[in-house]
Ligand binder design. Structure first.
Ligand SMILES: Cc1cc2nc3c(=O)[nH]c(=O)nc-3n(C[C@H](O)[C@H](O)[C@H](O)COP(=O)(O)O)c2cc1C
Length: 303
């Protein structure tokens, strides 16, 4: 594994529980880190920078009490529409957040600020061109967001994107897109990635902030119910078809503000093509334990 030992030695399995808008909060992060998976949340899941800082303090305090907890991470949207970027980054530096996941922009000043205290930056990409730009900006690692992922997924096959990235980058690489089982994480590693990056599978965790209705729709859905469209926010993302059918789509007028984006994502629910394997609402600890035992079993076969 090409992850620095400070991170890898503290993970039960090579997996990151991905940040999800309006879904991930302190309870989910703490439960995943306690189980040995690297839990994360988007800074924008709190409405203000002050609220974001409170979550950082709460998570750090709760994890201090846990022996052998995995480190945690925060997602920063690096884009001009994110008017909180500088303030949130300052809190990240002050609290020395172990991992920062940047989305949209790979900006070297942001990367350097995180690296200044020993933090790591992983940047998520859907194309080789974006991966090259992020490496030039000095990021520590990449997340290849491939076809079938929840949120702003890509359209490339994981075989294609991982292989192209590996022609010029041998640092930490996580793979995202419909990963829901331990054997998928093992498969990602066989394919050339270091870590599995898992989002939608945790929407049905008891600790997720998703509504009961959203969790119920997840349990009913299959891959064919996932629609890839730019009609919701102007950027292509995967959404559950029944939630699209029930909603009024917003008028698109260029990039959405944070508030408009939140309104859209509140009633139109994103999920990746891995939905078909969600079987019950259950504690995150159970979901993590299943991933750990499945990964160990699969490792014996393929790695
Ligand atoms: C409901 C939902 C919200 C998401 N919100 C964010 C986000 O705020 N920031 C981000 O970087 N990625 C976000 N994502 C993408 C995930 O971080 C991750 O890339 C994706 O879920 C991985 O694919 P999977 O869902 O098939 O496991 C979101 C995904 C979902 C399903």
């Amino acid at each position: 594994m090409t992850l620095p030992a400070a991170l890898s030695s503290r993970l039960a399995i090579p997996a990151i529980v991905a940040p999800m808008f309006l879904v991930s909060g302190p309870d989910l992060v703490v439960a995943c880190c306690t189980a040995g998976l690297l839990g994360t949340f988007p800074a924008l899941n709190q409405r203000t920078t002050e609220g974001f800082e409170q979550w950082l303090e709460e998570i750090a305090a709760r994890l201090t009490a846990v022996p052998r907890a995995a480190p945690f991470g925060v997602n920063l949207i690096v884009h001009k529409s994110n008017t909180r970027l500088d303030a949130d980054l300052a809190r990240i530096v002050a609290h020395k957040v172990p991992l920062v996941i940047t989305s949209l922009g790979a900006v070297s000043e942001v990367v350097r600020a995180v690296q200044s205290y020993g933090g790591l930056v992983l940047h998520d990409v859907i194309s080789t061109r974006h991966a090259e730009k992020a490496v030039s900006a000095g990021v520590d690692g990449l997340i290849a967001v491939c076809a079938g992922a929840g949120g702003h997924a890509g359209t490339l096959s994981p075989f294609a994107l991982v292989s192209e990235i590996r022609t010029f980058f041998d640092g930490p690489l996580a793979l995202a897109g419909a990963i829901t089982q331990g054997r998928h994480i093992a498969a990602a590693r066989v394919m050339g990635a270091d870590l599995g990056y898992i989002g939608s599978h945790f929407i049905v965790a008891e600790e997720s902030l998703a509504s009961d209705a959203q969790k119920a729709m997840m349990l009913d859905a299959r891959a064919a119910d996932v629609v890839y469209t730019d009609r919701v926010t102007g950027v292509n993302a995967n959404f559950l078809a029944p939630s699209l059918a029930a909603a009024t789509l917003p008028d698109m007028h260029g990039a959405l503000s944070i508030a408009e984006e939140a309104r859209a994502w509140k009633s139109i629910w994103s999920a990746g093509q891995g939905v078909g394997t969600a079987c019950a609402v259950r504690p995150a600890a159970e979901i993590c334990a299943a991933l750990v035992s499945e990964y160990q079993a699969a490792k014996g076969i393929v790695l």
